[in-house]
Design a protein around this ligand. Structure first.
Ligand SMILES: CC(C)(COP(=O)(O)OP(=O)(O)OC[C@H]1O[C@@H](n2cnc3c(N)ncnc32)[C@H](O)[C@@H]1OP(=O)(O)O)[C@@H](O)C(=O)NCCC(=O)NCCS
Length: 228
């Protein structure tokens, strides 16, 4: 009997991929969330009404409410996405004014307050790195490829590939020249099929960004899906 040759076995190719089901730590708390493949939710993370793109991961203690988060985001411990704004113009900022139902019967939750909060959704692009303890305020849009420094308080929209930090967060610099950022946005590697990512990830580590763009702009990243 000939020796088993794993390269010749059609099922071998599928062995490249680890299980794609989202991993959710048992101590995490999720309500009304949609998670794509390979998402990881770490210990004590709390998520409410959040959509999360493929490969994005939350490290321990993060929180997000009413947010759409793209693929390949790295979210450091205790980051807070869409921090609740208590009402400033009422007699009190305390929740007795908008969640009286927690204390009393026949006093329902303030639906108008909830609707306003729901409308101030936070939107985060692809490949965003959010540093430890960063706080993202309601309604903010964070561009693809950007970096949010540790302890930043983000009060305004962030452009693609910006590095921002501080309280309130300000732009430190851009990760790349605008022409490179534009080419990356056009390449949109984060939308590639898994087979292409398998081939490309060694280049992500080995090639400078311009060489990576030159090589991969010359290929059809969706070729593998067309041959099937
Ligand atoms: C934002 C960050 C990526 C910037 O990195 P960088 O571009 O290499 O920045 P530098 O270290 O060159 O610092 C540039 C300036 O920004 C300041 N700065 C850097 N990070 C800052 C932060 N988080 N908050 C406030 N200021 C910060 C520096 O003091 C420096 O100021 P100066 O020019 O007055 O000296 C990095 O500092 C950071 O905060 N990383 C997050 C780390 C983290 O949370 N890791 C968790 C594990 S996932």
């Amino acid at each position: 009997m000939p020796d088993y040759d794993p390269e010749a076995d059609p099922s071998h190719l599928e062995l490249r991929f680890r299980p794609k089901e989202p991993k959710i730590h048992p101590s995490a708390s999720l309500k009304s969330c949609k998670l794509a493949d390979y998402v990881e939710i770490g210990p004590r993370v709390t998520l409410r009404d959040v959509e999360i793109g493929a490969f994005t991961y939350f490290e321990p203690g993060g929180e997000a409410t009413y947010a759409s988060i793209g693929p390949f985001c790295s979210i450091a411990p205790n980051a807070r996405i869409n921090a609740l704004a208590h009402p400033l113009d009422r007699v009190t900022t305390h929740k007795i004014a908008y969640r009286p139902n927690e204390y009393f019967r026949w006093r329902p939750v303030d639906q108008g307050f909830r609707d306003t909060r729901r409308a101030a959704r936070v939107t985060i692009g692809a490949d965003v790195w959010i540093g430890q303890n960063a706080v993202i305020m309601p309604g903010v849009t964070i561009g693809t490829g950007s970096v949010i420094g540790a302890n930043a308080v983000v009060t305004r929209d962030v452009t693609a590939y910006a590095i921002i930090a501080g309280v309130p967060a300000r732009v430190l610099r851009s990760r790349f020249d605008p022409s490179i950022a534009e080419r990356l946005l056009a390449l949109a590697w984060w939308d590639w099929p898994i087979d292409t990512l398998f081939e490309a990830c060694p280049d992500m580590a080995a090639l400078p960004v311009e060489a990576f763009l030159d090589k991969w702009e010359a290929q059809d990243p969706f070729a593998s899906t067309k041959t099937k």
